[in-house]
Ligand binder design. Structure first.
Ligand code: SF4
Length: 224
């Protein structure tokens, strides 16, 4: 299906199935703080059992941009805060380079408990499955209903899946803005952990530069 650039250079995605209404967008919580508190005892899927704690989103209550990652990592699980590990530090650096103030956004994850496999003393990241993404989407939609951002940035495939309600190809949608039927704009890009996992320094540098270009496109959209 073709897409058409908007005056701001965005390309709205026209595939109908991506525009299904998100589930349960109403919120019973008066504030993000109330939702965060309630999520501490969430048992909507089994992931709470082995994780240290719920890692809810944080940032401005009413930001222009919400960034959505996959799930907390080892350091986030222990700290109880999103994007404080290596991927978060890389995100901070790239946002800084793109002149996006991290203090003026809201950052969260599609899934709010750390899923891992124990390997000796280490806890190895394990990708959340579709059922876990669906279960935790309930919280993500509460966050979006409460924060009412102008733009949501999907960092990676799990975030895009949660935000758009189906599995999508980040390779195909990267750099595009998808419009949901509720009017929410979702900009799709990679998760910064993808850059960290690349074995070659030269590839890391190239992918960081591409990611920076994506973040500069986000900054331009906010300035338009
Ligand atoms: S991952 Fe999400 S849905 Fe599952 S228990 Fe944790 S907060 Fe609840």
């Amino acid at each position: 299906m073709p897409t058409h650039p908007t005056p701001h250079g965005e390309r709205p995605h026209a595939r109908g199935r991506l525009n299904q209404p998100p589930p349960d967008t109403a919120t019973d919580f008066p504030t993000i703080a109330a939702a965060r508190e309630a999520a501490r005892s969430c048992r909507r899927c089994p992931l709470w059992h082995d994780a240290t704690q719920t890692v809810f989103g944080e940032g401005l209550d009413h930001p222009e941009i919400v960034f959505v990652g996959e799930q907390p990592g080892d350091q986030e699980d222990l700290a109880g805060r999103p994007f404080v590990g290596p991927a978060g530090r890389l995100l901070d650096a790239v946002l800084d380079d793109a002149s996006i103030d991290r203090a003026k956004v809201y950052v969260t994850n599609a899934v709010k408990h750390f899923k891992f496999e124990p390997r000796g003393k280490r806890r190895i990241h394990s990708k959340p499955n579709a059922g876990e993404i669906r279960a935790c989407r309930w919280w993500l939609e509460k966050e979006l209903a409460l924060t009412v951002p102008k733009l949501v940035v999907a960092l990676g495939a799990t975030a895009a899946h949660a935000l758009l309600g189906e599995v999508v190809s980040v390779t195909q949608l990267r750099g595009q803005t998808v419009y949901r039927s509720d009017g929410l704009r979702v900009f799709v890009t990679i998760h910064p952990s993808f850059i960290l996992r690349l074995p070659e320094e030269v590839d890391k540098r190239a992918e960081r530069a591409r990611f920076l270009e994506d973040m500069r496109a986000v900054a331009r959209m906010m300035a338009a």
